[in-house]
Write a protein that binds this ligand. Structure first.
Ligand SMILES: [Zn+2]
Length: 407
C-alpha cells in the first residue's frame, strides 16, 4: 500500500483541481480508503493521471526516415531506437502509447515481460495502404515496400480491393494489432499523392471495419481532407488522425457519429522546424507548410462542434521525443484543462480503456504522474521531461527524481 499525499490533483475528468489530496494505491489499482502504508509527501506538486499519447510511431524512432525507407539501417538499430523511445516516453510521463503504425506485437511482448522498460502499448501493426498511397514508402520507381521485420516492425501492408484489405487486416491482427490504421487521404510524407487526394473506396474501408468489428475493435484513419474523412466515417471508422482541413459538414458528421479527432500538432511543428533531423527531404517537408495553422483551426472548430478531441504527437524518425509538446501547443488553442483531458480521459475512451485509464478514481489502474509546478498556468511544463518528477505505472514507481520514496 502506498499513499500519495499533499498534491494538488487534476483528476483528468475536467473538474477543477483539488488541493491537498491523498491518493491510495493498493497493488496496481487506486483505492477509496484512508491513507495507509508508505506515504509520499507530494506537497507543492501537481498530481495527474498518467498521460496517453494516442499517435506515435516507435518504429524508426531515433533514425532518419529516409535511411529506414531506403533499407540503410540494421534490425539491431531499429530495435534499439524503439526500445529507447519507449523508455523516453515513460520518463516523460506518458504511461500509455497508441502506436499508429509500424510497431507490432513483438514490442508489446518485450515491454510486458519486462525485457524493455516502456509504457503500456497498443499497436496498429502495419498500416493498411493502397498502392501508391500514403504509407506506401520507398522509391516509386522500385517495386516492393519499405523495410520490414515481422516481430519488430513494418510500416505498412499495401492492399487493393476489399479482398486484399481483408487479408491485410487479418495479417495485422496476426502480428498483434489492437486496432487497425488505414490511410484514406494523401499525406505529407508521400511520394505519389497530394493532401487533397482520397484513398481507398467505400467497400475497401468497409472491409477493414468489418474485420475490426469481428475482433471487437475499431479502425482509425489517417486523413487530412474532408472528403476522405466523410467516406471513412460513413464506412464506420471510429477515429480520425490529423484532420487538418475539416469543413463544417464534416465536423458535424463527426460530432453526430461521435467520431474522435486526434490532431497531431507536434509533427507539423517539428517538420516545419527541422525536417533534416526527422530524416525527410526538404521538398517533402514543404508539403507541411501551413499545416499546423490549418490543423489548429480545424481542431478549434471541431471542438466547438462537439467532436471528441484526443491527443497525439505523431513523433517520427529522428524527431526529438517531445510527446508533451502536444499538450503545450493544444493548450493555446482549446485551453490547458481541455488539453489535459484530451491526453487523459478522452484518449482513454478512444483506446477503449476508459474503465481502467485516464482519470484518478477508485478502481482505476494506478498510472499517475507528479509535475513540479502548475501545468494549468504553465502548460509548457508538459514539454519538459525534467518537470515530471514522479511516474507511477501499474502501481509501481518508475521515476522518482526527487527521491520522494526514500525521504
Ligand atoms: Zn502518424
Amino acid at each position: 500500500m502506498l499513499t500519495l499525499a499533499g498534491a494538488t490533483l487534476i483528476d483528468g475528468t475536467g473538474r477543477d483541481p483539488v488541493e491537498n489530496t491523498h491518493v491510495v494505491i493498493d497493488g496496481t489499482r487506486i483505492h477509496d480508503r484512508a491513507p495507509s502504508g508508505r506515504t509520499l509527501d507530494l506537497t507543492g506538486l501537481t498530481l495527474l493521471p498518467g498521460l496517453i499519447d494516442a499517435h506515435v510511431h516507435l518504429f524508426g524512432a531515433g533514425l532518419s526516415l529516409d535511411d529506414v525507407a531506403g533499407g540503410k539501417v540494421s534490425t539491431a538499430e531499429v530495435a534499439a531506437g524503439m526500445f529507447r523511445a519507449a523508455e523516453q516516453a515513460l520518463q516523460s510521463g506518458f504511461t500509455t502509447l497508441r502506436d499508429c503504425g509500424g510497431a507490432d506485437g513483438g514490442l508489446v511482448r518485450a515491454i510486458k515481460s519486462g525485457l524493455v522498460r516502456g509504457p503500456r502499448l497498443l499497436v496498429a501493426g502495419p498500416i493498411l495502404a493502397q498502392t501508391g498511397g500514403h504509407g506506401h514508402f520507398g522509391s516509386p520507381f522500385c517495386s516492393g515496400n519499405a523495410w520490414a521485420a515481422p516481430g519488430l516492425g513494418q510500416i505498412s501492408l499495401v492492399c487493393d480491393g476489399p479482398d486484399q484489405v481483408t487479408r491485410a487486416a487479418r495479417t495485422a491482427f496476426r502480428r498483434g494489432a489492437d486496432f487497425l490504421k488505414m490511410c484514406v487521404t494523401g499525406g505529407v510524407l508521400s511520394h505519389s499523392d497530394s493532401l487533397s487526394d482520397t484513398q481507398f473506396t467505400h467497400h475497401e474501408i468497409r472491409a477493414a471495419v468489418r474485420e475490426a468489428d469481428a475482433r471487437g475493435t475499431y479502425v482509425t484513419v489517417h486523413a487530412h481532407n474532408s472528403e476522405g474523412v466523410r467516406a471513412a466515417v460513413l464506412a464506420g471508422a471510429r477515429c480520425v488522425e490529423h484532420g487538418s482541413f475539416l469543413d463544417e459538414e464534416t465536423r458535424s458528421l463527426m460530432a453526430r457519429h461521435r467520431t474522435a479527432l486526434v490532431p497531431t500538432l507536434t509533427a507539423a511543428r517539428l517538420l516545419a522546424e527541422d525536417a533534416g533531423r526527422i530524416g525527410v527531404h526538404t521538398d517533402i517537408a514543404a508539403r507541411a507548410e501551413g499545416m499546423e495553422a490549418a490543423m489548429a483551426e480545424s481542431l478549434r472548430r471541431a471542438a466547438a462542434a462537439g467532436v471528441p478531441v484526443g491527443s497525439g504527437s505523431d513523433l517520427l524518425g529522428g524527431a526529438p521525443r517531445r510527446h508533451g509538446l502536444e499538450l503545450a501547443l493544444k493548450a493555446d488553442i482549446i485551453g490547458p484543462m481541455a488539453a489535459i483531458t484530451s491526453a487523459t480521459s478522452v484518449n482513454a475512451r478512444i483506446l477503449g480503456l476508459d474503465h481502467l485509464l485516464g482519470t484518478v478514481q477508485p478502481g482505476k489502474t494506478a498510472d499517475l504522474i507528479a509535475i513540479d509546478g502548475d501545468p494549468l498556468t504553465d502548460p509548457g511544463l508538459f514539454d519538459d521531461p525534467a518537470s515530471v518528477v514522479l511516474v507511477v505505472k501499474d502501481g509501481r514507481i518508475v521515476k522518482d527524481t526527487q527521491h520522494l520514496l526514500t525521504s
